[in-house]
Design a protein around this ligand. Structure first.
Ligand code: SAJ
Length: 417
């Protein structure tokens, strides 16, 4: 196959659009495909429909040079990169319907010789499922040239970029490419080397799928360990932050930080794909998920205990709503879960929310008569109990003077540490 010059990127979300833009600014002709006409129109105007540092300048530049276009219909291309959502279903197995929809768009365009890459975080076997799905629609094509049928190459190349640093990490992170065949992996390696300056490591499709899931599970298990330590420390009456700081002086110990739970759309989801694939064997991974998922309720109970003996008019400050520090992303945030639980269970009590990164309350909290979005200073001033849920820099700058006489529940060790 000659060098790939035309790539269709299916799904112009948090991963697809940055990938499309970085390929385009490196000289590839890129057609972005999305089911959302609004997204397609925005990209064709050179605009970005969500916030990610440096992405806007890449998209605007690529569109103005004619390297990047968007459409709702999948075109013919030499390579396809599928970057669509893989949420989990009620039984916590992965929903592959978006991948199947992408496959339906790609199948009629294939002539043989193309490379199809799945980037979406996927359960083991998803790349094979995508290949089988396409080949069932196109029995005239094959994986290996059997019976002289033209070959289509399939690979999995999981994304590993951190939101907020996507445009940097796309270029600098090492990358894993897993091919259903060795040739597919080599072709994918060549394509990613157009923009990736990190090492591009080659393996098979299922190992690549598992590598991504394992990275996020590793972090989940380690955060669960820290969260469990915070609960044990509370029970035996010691300071978990001091405990972890001291233990981490050991040369081979590096405990992560406890918090109000694990948020975002990756670490709290991906481990379940491993559990679904091997339920009886994934005891530690499942338990870690359960420990982290149970943390918001534990924090809520801590707040209830802190309120005992205080007057019914005592107000509560909630500092931070984002799923982690210094971002405005509220998706799957444990802080929101706790704030909503407080608002619902204490209708007569004021909840003074401070989240410096947002202008208005999210829909789960908006319109509730006992919830108000205030500045950090004001929410603290008005409240007897102060609950720290996110360690934003602004929250860490809160002085102990302003907290004098108040009960502080610091789930992040942002102020008390
Ligand atoms: N958290 C803690 N304690 C810690 C570290 C994190 O409670 O010591 C919490 C955070 O507050 C947050 C959650 O965990 O609620 C997840 O935050 P994160 O910064 O660990 O990760 P994400 O979800 O922003 O991005 C992760 C990254 N994966 C790894 O670091 C292994 C990123 O590289 C992946 O690309 C991304 O998931 C993804 O898309 O899968």
């Amino acid at each position: 196959m000659t060098a790939i010059e035309t790539v269709a990127v299916i799904g112009l979300g948090y991963i697809g659009l940055p990938t499309a833009a970085i390929l385009a600014t490196n000289g590839i002709d890129v057609i972005g495909v999305d089911v959302n006409q609004g997204t397609v129109d925005a990209v064709n105007r050179g605009e970005v429909p969500f916030v990610e540092p440096d992405l806007a300048v890449h998209v605007a530049g690529a569109v103005s040079q004619g390297q990047l276009k968007a459409t709702t219909d999948t075109p013919a291309a030499q390579a396809y990169i599928v970057a669509v959502p893989t949420p989990f279903l009620a039984d916590r197995s992965a929903d592959l319907s978006y991948i199947e929809a992408a496959a339906r768009g790609i199948a009629p365009q294939l002539q043989g010789g193309e490379l199809v890459i799945l980037e979406s975080t996927s359960p083991p076997g998803a790349t094979r499922h995508l290949a089988d799905f396409i080949l069932a629609l196109r029995p005239d094509l094959s994986l290996d040239g059997a019976d002289d049928a033209p070959v289509v190459h399939f690979a999995h190349c999981p994304e590993r970029v951190l939101p907020g640093r996507v445009m940097i990490e796309l270029v600098t992170n090492d990358r894993i490419v897993g091919g259903i065949t060795a040739e597919a992996a080599t072709l994918a390696q060549e394509l990613y080397s157009v923009f990736c300056q990190g090492e591009i490591l080659v393996t098979d499709d299922v190992t690549a799928e598992m590598a991504k899931l394992v990275e996020n599970s590793y972090r989940d298990v380690n955060i669960a360990f820290a969260n469990e330590l915070s609960i044990i420390s509370e029970k035996i009456g010691i300071d978990v932050w001091e405990l972890i700081r001291l233990a981490n002086h050991h040369p081979r110990v590096n405990i992560l930080q406890p918090g109000p739970g694990v948020g975002g759309h990756c670490i709290a989801v991906d481990p379940w794909f491993i559990v679904a694939a091997a339920p009886d064997e994934s005891r530690l991974i499942r338990t870690a998920r359960e420990v982290n998922d149970a943390k918001p309720e534990w924090v809520f109970q801590q707040i209830i205990s802190a309120l005992e003996g205080l007057p019914a008019t005592a107000e509560i400050a909630v500092l931070g709503l984002a799923f982690k520090a210094n971002i405005d992303d509220l998706r799957e945030s444990p802080a929101i879960e706790i704030a909503v639980h407080l608002a619902e269970s204490m209708q007569g009590r004021k909840i003074n929310v401070a989240e410096p990164h947002i202008e208005e309350l999210p829909r789960q909290l908006a319109g509730r008569s006992n919830v108000e979005l205030l500045s950090l200073d004001e929410s603290i001033q008005r409240s007897e109990v102060v609950v720290v849920l996110v360690d934003h820099d602004d929250v860490k700058a809160v002085t102990s003077d302003s907290l004098a006489g108040k009960t502080v529940i610091d789930t992040r060790g942002a102020i008390l540490a």
